[in-house]
Ligand binder design. Structure first.
Ligand SMILES: Nc1ncnc2c1ncn2[C@@H]1O[C@H](COP(=O)(O)OP(=O)(O)OP(=O)(O)O)[C@@H](O)[C@H]1O
Length: 241
C-alpha cells in the first residue's frame, strides 16, 4: 500500500464553508480509481490538496509513500496531473510543448527526446509530434496533456474531469488509454468525474457527495444489482451543499 495513494481523515474548509469532512480512501498501486461526485461534491478541493495548491489543515495524504506534509517535494515529484482547464501553448508544436515541460523538471537533451517519444507513443500520438497544438482536435490535445503529465515518470496520475467537452468516442478512447497505463505499467490513477458511464465494474470507485465519502469499493460491488447511474443517484440524493 505504501506506494499507492493514501488519503486519511482529510477535512478542509473555505472560511466557514466546509468542503471536505473526514475524507479517507486508499488506492493501491496500479489501480484505476474513479472519484465520482456531482458538482460541488469536493473533487476539485481534494485535487487542490493532493497537488499542494492548498495545505492540509487536518488529516494525512501520502503519495507513493511520501507524506505531503513532511516531504512535499518528494510527494509532488511522484505526481502527474491533468487539470480540468487545459494549459498548453497553442502556437507551439506538440513536441515543443512537451520539451518545455520536460525542462521544467530538469530533463533535457537525449533523455528528454526519449521520454517525449515514449510518452507520445503510449498515448497513440507519435505521428503528431510535429503538429501545432492549435491544429489538433480536442481529444488529441487532451492526449498530449496526458503524455506531458507522464514525462517525469510519476507513480500516480491525477486527472480532474479530463474528458469534459469531448465526444463519446473520444472519451472512450482516452479512458481506454488510461486503463491500459494502470494495468500494463503499474500507474496508480485517480480519475475525477461526474460522468457515470466512465466507470467500469472492475474500477475502484469512491463516491464523494457534499464533502464526504458515500461509497468506497470495487464499482461492480458498489452498484450491486443496480446500474451505476442508479447507484450514484441514490448515493447522492439530498440537497447539495
Ligand atoms: N474558493 C472557494 N470559496 C468558498 N467555497 C468554495 C470555494 N471553492 C469551492 N467552494 C465550495 O466547496 C464545495 C466543494 O467544491 P468543489 O469545487 O471542490 O467541488 P467539485 O466536486 O469539484 O465540483 P465541480 O464538479 O462543480 O467542480 C462547494 O460547496 C463549493 O461551493
Amino acid at each position: 500500500m505504501s506506494d499507492g495513494l493514501v488519503v486519511e481523515n482529510v477535512s478542509f474548509s473555505y472560511g466557514s464553508r466546509q468542503a471536505l469532512s473526514d475524507v479517507g480512501f486508499h488506492v493501491e498501486r496500479g489501480r484505476f480509481c474513479a472519484l465520482l461526485g456531482p458538482n460541488g461534491a469536493g473533487k476539485s478541493t481534494l485535487f487542490g490538496l493532493l497537488t499542494g495548491l492548498f495545505t492540509t489543515p487536518s488529516g494525512t495524504i501520502r503519495i507513493a509513500g511520501h507524506d505531503m506534509r513532511r516531504t512535499p517535494r518528494s510527494a509532488l515529484a511522484a505526481l502527474g496531473v491533468v487539470f480540468q482547464q487545459p494549459a498548453v501553448d497553442l502556437h507551439l508544436s506538440v513536441e515543443r510543448n512537451l520539451r518545455y515541460y520536460a525542462a521544467l523538471h530538469g530533463i533535457a537533451g537525449r533523455e528528454a527526446n526519449q521520454r517525449i517519444a515514449e510518452a507520445l507513443e503510449r498515448l497513440g500520438m507519435a505521428e503528431r509530434a510535429g503538429e501545432k497544438v492549435s491544429a489538433l482536435n480536442g481529444g488529441h490535445r487532451r492526449r498530449m496533456e496526458i503524455a506531458r503529465a507522464l514525462l517525469h515518470g510519476p507513480a500516480i496520475l491525477l486527472l480532474d474531469e479530463p474528458t469534459v467537452g469531448l465526444d463519446a468516442a473520444t472519451r472512450q478512447s482516452i479512458t481506454n488509454h488510461i486503463h491500459a497505463l494502470a494495468t500494463e505499467q503499474g500507474l496508480t490513477v485517480l480519475w475525477a468525474t461526474h460522468l457515470v458511464d466512465e466507470v467500469r465494474d472492475d474500477d475502484r470507485l469512491v463516491v464523494l457527495h457534499r464533502g464526504a465519502v458515500r461509497a468506497d469499493g470495487e464499482a461492480g460491488a458498489v452498484r450491486g444489482e443496480r446500474t451505476i447511474g442508479d447507484a450514484f443517484l441514490s448515493l447522492t440524493e439530498g440537497p447539495m451543499s
